[in-house]
Design a protein around this ligand. Structure first.
Ligand code: NAP
Length: 283
């Protein structure tokens, strides 16, 4: 079997077009959806991520303001900036790019963001809303994975979904989103015994670990939907996922590539969350 490719770039493009339309509708009512991105320090990877986020916003007509601060900024100064944006009705989304410099408590900073503006979906209140099925912002990466799965036409009800990884930003919210869609969910992690025995049962398999070629063809059920969240930079400088793409594509029914799968969807869902924040504020 050769799996069908789930094209994250194409789906993200479609979502950006929808966001642009909804943004224009808000602007016609005099509302300018506005995302503030705060970058502290000069982490090279963060610089790239932030550049993409600003460019994506501009492409869809969303206003994005990038606030840059030196790594010497104090935590109190950063918290004061977040508080100022919380109180500014013209700002709808606040994103503090992680990682922060070592002298800052990232958890404290994220918890200072108003949940109504937490477009990254990292606030404890956002996580709690997902857990309890209340409205709130979903973490962008698992939210994007849900859209990728949906695009295959797969009905999750009654299916066995296996998530490898249990981080707060990816693995755990991913499992909750799949559960909300009535999948039977198993979460695997570094202490899971016989990973392959579990992943072979998966109708939907999401790998969010950060280990190149962790998932090999013999670990995948024929016809499964395989979503590869992993982003691993090889010695050759090339980006690879957690899934052995060449082997697994011969077994799976659907598969995301890396790059061009989950990455563009994570960025697209940030735009969706920002737009939704503006729409909610306008109500
Ligand atoms: P993380 O916080 O490091 O979590 C990794 C998870 O993998 C942990 O739960 C860990 O288990 C588990 N794990 C480690 N080794 C394992 C093994 N041998 N078998 C089974 N589970 C194992 O990472 P993350 O933030 O969730 O990110 C995961 C990957 O996704 C990374 O490559 C990251 O770069 C990528 N990512 C991509 C995007 C995107 O937009 N494409 C966004 C976010 C993250 P324990 O909990 O037991 O330690």
């Amino acid at each position: 079997m050769t799996a069908q490719l789930i094209d994250g770039n194409a789906l993200a493009k479609k979502i950006r077009t929808e966001v642009a339309g909804r943004t224009a509708a808000l602007q016609a009512r005099g509302i300018e959806p506005h995302l503030v991105i705060i970058l502290v320090g000069e982490d090279p990877a963060s610089e790239v991520y932030v550049k993409h986020k600003v460019a994506d916003s501009a492409q869809t007509g969303l206003k994005a303001t990038l606030e840059r601060y030196p790594a010497t900024l104090s935590e109190d100064e950063l918290l004061a900036r977040v508080h100022a944006h919380n109180g500014d009705a013209a700002v709808h989304g606040i994103l503090v790019q992680l990682p922060l410099p070592a002298h800052m408590d990232a958890h404290k900073v994220i918890e200072t963001i108003s949940p109504a503006k937490d477009v990254d979906g990292f606030h404890v209140q956002s996580a709690g809303a997902l857990l309890t099925g209340l409205p709130g912002f979903w973490s962008c990466t698992p939210y994007g994975c849900m859209k990728l799965i949906e695009s295959t036409g797969t009905t999750l009800r009654g299916k066995h979904a296996v998530v490898i990884g249990r981080s707060n930003n990816v693995g755990k919210p991913m499992a909750l989103m799949l559960l909300q869609q009535n999948a039977t969910v198993t979460i695997c992690h570094s202490a899971t015994a016989d990973l392959g025995a579990i992943t072979r049962q998966a109708d939907v398999l999401v790998a969010a670990v950060g280990r190149r070629k962790l998932v090999t063809a013999d670990m995948v059920k024929p016809g499964a939907v395989v979503i590869d969240v992993g982003m691993n930079r090889g010695d050759d400088g090339k980006l690879a996922g957690d899934v052995d793409f060449d082997g697994v594509k011969e077994v799976a029914g659907w598969i995301t590539p890396v790059p061009g799968g989950v990455g563009p969807m994570t960025r697209a869902m940030l735009l969706v969350n920002t737009l939704e924040a503006a729409e909610r504020a306008a109500k």
